[in-house]
Ligand binder design. Sequence first.
Ligand code: G1P
Length: 291
Amino acid sequence: MITKAILPVAGLGTRFLPASKSIPKEMVTVVDRPAIEYVVKEAVAAGIKQIILVTHSSKASIENYFDRNFELETSLENKKKYDLLAEIKNIVPSDVSIVSVRQPQPLGLGHAVLCAKDIVGGEDFAVLLPDVLVKDKTEHSDLAQMVERFKQTHAAQIMVEAVPDHLVNQYGIVDVAQSPAVGQSVKMKGIVEKPAIDQAPSNLSVIGRYVLPAKVMKILETTPKGAGNEIQLTDAIAQLQTEETVEAFRMQGQTFDCGSKLGYLKAVLHYGVSHPKLGADFQHMIKELQL
Ligand code: G1P
C-alpha cells in the first residue's frame, strides 16, 4: 500500500519572481485556490493518507493553508456563511494528515526526498513535485494507475510524457526499448538528468510523479552530487534500475508547469474554463477578448 507522499516545497521559485519574493510559488492562486491544493488533492485521490511537505522557513503559509483557522471559522459561522465555512474546513478529508519537515540546505531534489526518510519510516512512497499540475482526463487518475501498478508488480513507477526536442535538457529523460502507449507502463533501461539533446536516450520526460520502493531512501543516502552539483533523485532511480525493475508510466492527462509564468497562465485558462461555478462566465470573457 502506498499511503505516504512526499511533496518537496523548499525551492525558492526563482522562475516565478517577482511574485515568489514573498509568496511561496506553491501558494500562487490557480483560479480560486493555491496551486499546491491541486497537487495535494491529486495525491489524496490516489489513496494517499499522509502528505509530507519538505519545506523551508519562508514557506509557513503552505502549512497554515492546510491547518484549521479558528478565528476565520468563527467569523464565517457568525455571519452564517456556511458554504465558505465548509469549503475552508474540508480542504483535505479528515483521515488525511499533512506534516512537514525542513530541508535545511538546498542540496537538490534527492536530498529533499531524503529529508523525509524518518517520517516515511521504511515504507514505499510516492513523490509529487508541486510545480507541475496534472489535469486528469479520466476518473481513474494517472497517479492512481501508477499506485495500482506498483501494488501488482512492486516495480517503481515513473510518470513520463513526450516533450519537444528543445526541452529535453530541462527534464529527467528515460531510456526505454519501446515507447509505452498512453496509460501503459514499460520497463526502463535507464534514466538521465537533463541531458543535451544529442545525448538524450528519448524524448520521454519525467514530469514529477514517482511511486518508489522504500529502498530508494537507502540509495539516496550514498548518492553523490550529480547534475547542477545537486543530489538528484534521478541518479538514485538510475541506481535502483541497475538492481531491480523500474517502469516508465506514460500519462494520459495534461500537464501544466506552474513554476514557469506561461505554464501558469495556461493552467489558469484550463482550470478556469472547466471550473464548476466560474467556467461558463470565464469562457464568455475569453470570447469577448476577440484576440
Ligand atoms: C526535477 C527533476 C527532473 C524532472 C523535473 C520535472 O527537475 O530533477 O528529473 O524532469 O523536476 O519538473 P527541476 O525542475 O527541479 O530542475
